[in-house]
Design a protein around this ligand. Structure first.
Ligand code: ZN
Length: 321
């Protein structure tokens, strides 16, 4: 738990400011996906108990491939448990083109999240050409900024959602194929006006279909030198998708070098589904999720009490101005 004063400071801050401070101070903000509605409660209580600030997020894939139901249903569930001192609600991946090559009505989905009062949104135009990605992302920035809502965009190919086998990971990593290009990233940020950039630097999504979705994710790592080039070219908070199963050394170095938000989906989803399968009981499954989230916060990301640090950062700058 954090002090009453720190609670008030965080509750009164915009997510845009919190992310900006986190970026400056190298404090990680974890974002947990909700593929099953009962996941919201244990994630929020783990954040509170660890005095950690984090996001709850839901992607189109959480609704389409799992049981998140709808953006409205997640908002409803979130409202029952949330505390602005510790969490905000983010709309993760709204893909313009999904993993099967189908075009989606991205404008409607973004509009839906904005109407439901989400605190931030993400548009994923990474399967488009660079020019089209710029156009679509810029449109979303216009829509969201009208309401004062920050936007995450994506450049580069974060693989893993596609059906069928992927090329061997080591081969992908060594070749740097699909990695976000720093020069393109610079232009992308400038032309779209986005707030946070999701990049590909060795990270991979967990599978969402077939037998692979129940298997342990392959271990991945990050090219920190490449990350450094993207950060110097863009100077915006960097987002890392596919946060489950990345080597801990890579995560720690990534946070030191500009990664501000990490998405975690697969490991908590699998904990929840395992609980349901083995105990046939939602409460037991929720307990596994809570343990998993606390373990990630305290032993993997090492961000216990980040809420206190963020509140101190925010007071510091308000004293200066
Ligand atoms: Zn993602």
């Amino acid at each position: 738990m954090i002090s009453r004063r720190d609670c008030e400071i965080l509750r009164g801050s915009s997510l845009f400011d919190i992310m900006q401070k986190a970026y400056q101070a190298h404090i990680l903000i974890p974002a947990f996906n909700v593929p099953h509605l009962p996941i919201v409660e244990p994630v929020v209580s783990a954040l509170k108990e660890s005095a950690c600030f984090g996001l709850i997020e839901v992607a189109y894939a959480d609704i389409d491939s799992f049981n998140a139901e709808s953006f409205g249903a997640v908002k409803q569930e979130y409202r029952g448990h949330a505390d602005r001192a510790y969490t905000r609600l983010h709309q993760d991946h709204v893909p313009v083109i999904d993993q099967d090559g189908k075009r989606l009505d991205w404008k409607r989905m973004i509009g839906e999240a904005l109407d439901h009062g989400f605190d931030s949104v993400m548009i994923d135009g990474s399967r488009l050409s660079f020019r089209e990605n710029v156009e679509v992302t810029r449109t979303v920035v216009e829509m969201a900024h009208l309401k004062g809502i920050p936007v995450e965009g994506e450049l580069g190919a974060v693989l893993g959602h596609e059906r069928g086998p992927l090329p061997p990971y080591e081969e992908l990593f060594r070749s740097g194929k699909g990695f976000t290009d720093p020069e393109e990233a610079k232009e992308f940020v400038k032309e779209t006006g986005l707030d946070w950039l999701s990049v590909a630097i060795g990270n991979m999504h967990g599978a969402i279909s077939g037998a692979a979705k129940n298997r342990k994710k392959p271990r991945t790592r990050l090219n920190i030198r490449h990350l450094g080039k993207i950060v110097s070219a863009t100077n915006v908070p960097i987002v890392l998708h596919g946060g489950s199963g990345i080597a801990k050394e890579s995560i720690i170095a990534g946070i030191k070098n500009g990664i501000t938000k990490i998405n975690i989906g697969t490991s908590i989803r699998q904990a929840y589904e395992k609980g349901l399968r083995e105990a046939q009981n939602v409460n037991a499954a929720q307990r596994l999720v809570k343990d998993q989230v606390r373990d990630l916060i305290e032993n993997y990301f090492n961000i216990k009490e980040s809420a206190t640090k963020l509140a101190a950062m925010i007071t510091d700058t308000s004293k200066l101005s």
